[in-house]
Each structure stands twice: as structure tokens, then as C-alpha cells.
Design a protein around this ligand. Sequence first.
Ligand code: FE2
Length: 272
Amino acid sequence: MSFFEQVHQCLVAVDLEDKLKRLDSLVVDWSEGQTDFLPTNYIERIADPGRPARPKLVLPKDLMRRRLGSPEGHAALMHAIAHIEFNAINLALDALYRFQDMPRDYYADWLGVATEEAYHFQMIREHLARLGYEYGDFTAHNGLWLTTYETDHDPLVRMAMVPRTLEARGLDVTPDMIKRLRAIGDHRGVEILKILLRDEIGHVAVGTRWFRYLCQQQGLNPFDAFQSILDQYFHGDIRGPFNYQARAEAGFSSEEIAWLKAMEAQTFEKSS
Ligand SMILES: [Fe+2]
């Protein structure tokens, strides 16, 4: 079976353990130089990737509010993070499956991302179990996948919208979650989120690397291209506060950082 076929099977696998096992064997084949890059005859649009029957998906407005004060709220926050990490495995697999004529390094990068997301998912899942819950016990929403689906026609748009917009948002909000977990004495939670933040910088950097590569191929100015993709595909307000240091480490240019700073100042003006 070719690499792309194997990735597809992993992406559509609904059973958690099965998906994780398939991902492991992709990595083993890769490390043994057994990977065959024959393209698939057909690239399927995937409105709904493989995921277990639970959690039940609901609209964002119907999610349970996560007040960290109660044990249930604490677990609900961990569950939300577990869901993001689970989705992130599928996001990386989709980036591998769908864009079949990228350089080899692209596949090495995204396979690495998928592997780290699986490791994050397992860590959060274990932590959730310590709190007495498992993945599926709370509701979740499908926002990340909707953007993935909407950007499945063009790797440039995908790199801009998924790693550089949605995942970059994770860099902004994680430090505050770390503070909140520290405040309730969840030491292991703090430790896990620090690992996630460190690794996610790398994932956004992978997005930046390939976004820039595609801009260069197409003779586009990366700053202008990013802006025009956001205009077209981002629904809602881009809101601060932003984690400038993490974003700079993830490859946001000084021009982009200045743009984000201007936006943050504007948000502040609006709200004061
Ligand atoms: Fe992650």
C-alpha cells in the first residue's frame, strides 16, 4: 500500500486505538525507508474524518461552560484540550493525504506533527483518566475540522488557515490556561500544557515553512498572501492578546508581528 493510501486509512479510522496503531506503523515504515509515494488515483474530500462515536459534537454555543473551580469543570477543560489534540492528529493526516505533490520534507514534517499530536492526546487522556473521566465524556465542537474541510483545495490556503491561524491561536491562549491550572494546584496539568506549548510552536513553524515555500513557488509576497487568505476564509474577528514571542519563534515575520500589535491596540480601543 502506498504512503498516501495508508495515511488515508489512518485518517478515516474511527477507532482510537486503531488510528494510533496505524499512525505508529506509518512512522515505522518511514524510519525504515519503506515508504512508497505513489499518488492515489483519486483524492477524496473528507467532510467527516474518522473519530469515535463519542464525544457528541455540538455547536460551540452549546458547549458546557468550563469553570475550573469544580472538579467537573477542571475535567471539562482537559477534555476540550484532548479533543483539540485528537483533531490535530486528523488535521496533520489530512495535510499528508491531500497534497500529494509536495517535496519529501513536507511529509517528514507533517508526519512528525501527527506523531507529536498523538503523544499530546495520550498525555491529556491519561491526565483526564486521573481526574476520573475519559475522552468522550463531554460534548465537543467541530470547528477545527470545518476549516480543514474548507481549505482542502489548496495547500497554500491550508497552511495559512490551519497551522498559522487556528493552531497559532493555541499559542496565544495556552499561557493563560497554564496560569489557571497552576492556581488550582494541577501540577501535572501545568507540566503537560508546557510541553504542548513548546511543541505547538514547532507545528506552527511547519505551517510557516510550507506557507513560505508555496508563496515562493507562486511568486507571492507572503505578507500580502496571508492577509488576502484571511480576508477570504477567516470568519470573525482576529483578537488578541497575542503571544508575540511564541509567534515569532513559530516564524511570524516582524511585519506580521507589527500587524498583530496594531490589531491588538485596535481591539483595546474598541473595548475601552
Ligand atoms: Fe498538539
